[in-house]
Structure formats: C-alpha cells, structure tokens
Design a protein around this ligand. Structure first.
Ligand code: KIV
Length: 271
C-alpha cells in the first residue's frame, strides 16, 4: 500500500470547470520558494509569478525593468515549492510585444527553464498574434486587460481604466478577441465592477479580477500587499489580511534588544 497522498493538481481545465460550477478562483502572486510553499499548502488555486516582482522584490517603481532571466529565477523558485496550484508566469515587458516569434521564444524559455504551467501577457488585439503563436507550442496563455502596468507610460497614471463608454466597448471587444485567440483566462485590473460583470458574463473562460469588483470568476492580489508587508500602497480595492510590516518590525526590534542585552542566546540555545 502506498502512503503517498495523491494531490489533485489544478489545471487550466479545472479553472474552466470552476467557472461553470460557479466556484470562485483564488489567485495570489508568489515569487519565492518559502512563501510559495505556504500558498500551496494553504490551498490557493493559482500562483501568479507576477512581474510585480519588479516592485515588491526588487524595489523598482514600475514593472518595466524586470528581465526574462529574473522572471525565470522567481518562477523556478516557486515551482520547486508547489504540488497542487497552477503556476502562471508573467512575460516581462519587451519579451513579447510586436514580435510573435520572440513571444514564443520567451514563453518556451519560461516553461523549459522554470517548469511553470502557463504564461500571462498584457494587452488586447495588439498581442493577438503573440498569443496565437505561443499557443502553437502548447503553452497556455492568460490575458490581462484594463490597467496594464507595463503600459504605465502610455496611461500616465494608475487610475481606474475604461470608465468611458469608448474604452469600455473596446475592452469588451478585446476580451472576446483574447477568448477567440485561445486564452484560458483573463485578468481584469482596476476597471468598474459593472464592466467586469458584463465581460465575465460574455466569456466562457474565467475572469480574475483585481480592483474589478465581486462579479469576476476569481480574485487576485499581490501577496506582499495583502499581507501588509508594504505600507505605502493603499488602493481602495486592497484588503489587508495582516500587518506584517509592523509585526516583523516588532520581532526585529526585540531581536536587536536581546542581542544588545545579551539575553540571546541563552544556555539552552548554545552547544
Ligand atoms: O504582476 C502582477 O502582480 C499582476 C497582478 C496584479 C495581476 O499582474
């Protein structure tokens, strides 16, 4: 008799079934082995190795500087920790736009060198060729519409997108194009809840919202934001489940005091 417990892995098909069954999809970002293990053991459905690593791991102001090699490093660290969750990796800025062959090569490198299960890229009709080419290699693709942080210098700000009818209509068209191109899911970032509801109702594939209200088929947050590691970033959509900045600061203060006062290490903590 085997003592090995079978883990039912989440696949892109599981997500489609979850949409059909009305079961919400829980996704969080992850960038390293230790936290990815907690995410997976806790039962998260999808771990997104987001290019937000550029902000929260590397301290850049935008997501633009992170490289393909750095994304692969983060993705491989996450994959080593995961037994059940679907691991999706962002294609970084400059690795897929305007050149479907380069998009395919970038996606193949991510899959081959990290062992991840799918890639995500930002944009609508303008990235259709890249999506279709990546799919020819059997790599599942997640789309991303609304506020697309890699285009921050085009938008100028991180405010809510598609509030006006023209941009909302275009977003709906883009969502349908992404679905027809073969995306298995689409992230909808920072758009009005009514629009996200409309898009989610029109698509057969699941939508995952961030700042897009409750009617998307799932939700995603940046792990460091929801854990409160980061104090400065406080958009309305963010729910903080912990205040780790304060808790970690307290623990470090206590450690410093213990070292200075020679309270640490004690007799039992030495050889
Ligand atoms: O990079 C990221 O973390 C993302 C999420 C905000 C969806 O794309």
């Amino acid at each position: 008799m085997s003592t090995h417990k079978e883990v039912k892995k989440i696949t892109t098909h599981t997500l489609q079934e979850m949409k059909r069954a009305g079961t919400k999809i829980a996704m969080l970002t992850g960038y390293d082995f230790s936290l990815a293990r907690i995410l997976d053991d806790s039962g998260i459905d999808v771990i997104l190795v987001g290019d937000s690593a550029s902000n929260v791991m590397a301290g850049h102001e935008t997501t633009l500087p992170i490289t393909l090699e750095q994304m692969i490093y983060h993705a491989a660290s996450v994959v080593r920790a995961v037994k059940r969750a679907l691991v999706v990796v962002d294609l970084p800025f400059g690795s897929y736009q305007g050149n479907s062959k380069e998009a395919l090569n970038s996606a193949i490198r991510i899959m081959k060198e990290s062992g991840a299960h799918a890639v995500k890229l930002e944009g609508g009709r303008e990235v259709k060729d890249s999506i279709e080419r990546i799919l020819t290699a059997g790599v599942p693709v997640m789309g991303h519409l609304g506020l697309t942080p890699q285009s921050i210098y085009k938008f100028g700000t991180y405010v809510v997108r598609a509030k006006e009818k023209e941009e909302a209509d275009r977003l709906i068209e883009d969502a349908l194009i992404l679905e027809q191109s073969g995306c298995f899911s689409i992230v909808l970032e920072k758009i009005p809840a009514v629009l996200a509801k409309k898009v989610s109702g029109k698509l057969k594939i699941p939508t995952i919202g961030i700042g897009a209200g409750k009617h998307t088929d799932g939700q995603v947050l940046v792990l460091h934001d929801m854990l409160g590691i980061n104090k400065e970033f406080s958009p309305r959509f963010l729910r903080r489940y912990l205040n780790l900045y304060d808790d970690i600061s307290k623990a470090i203060d206590k450690y410093i005091q213990d070292v200075k006062s020679q309270n640490f290490p004690n007799e039992k903590e030495q050889y």
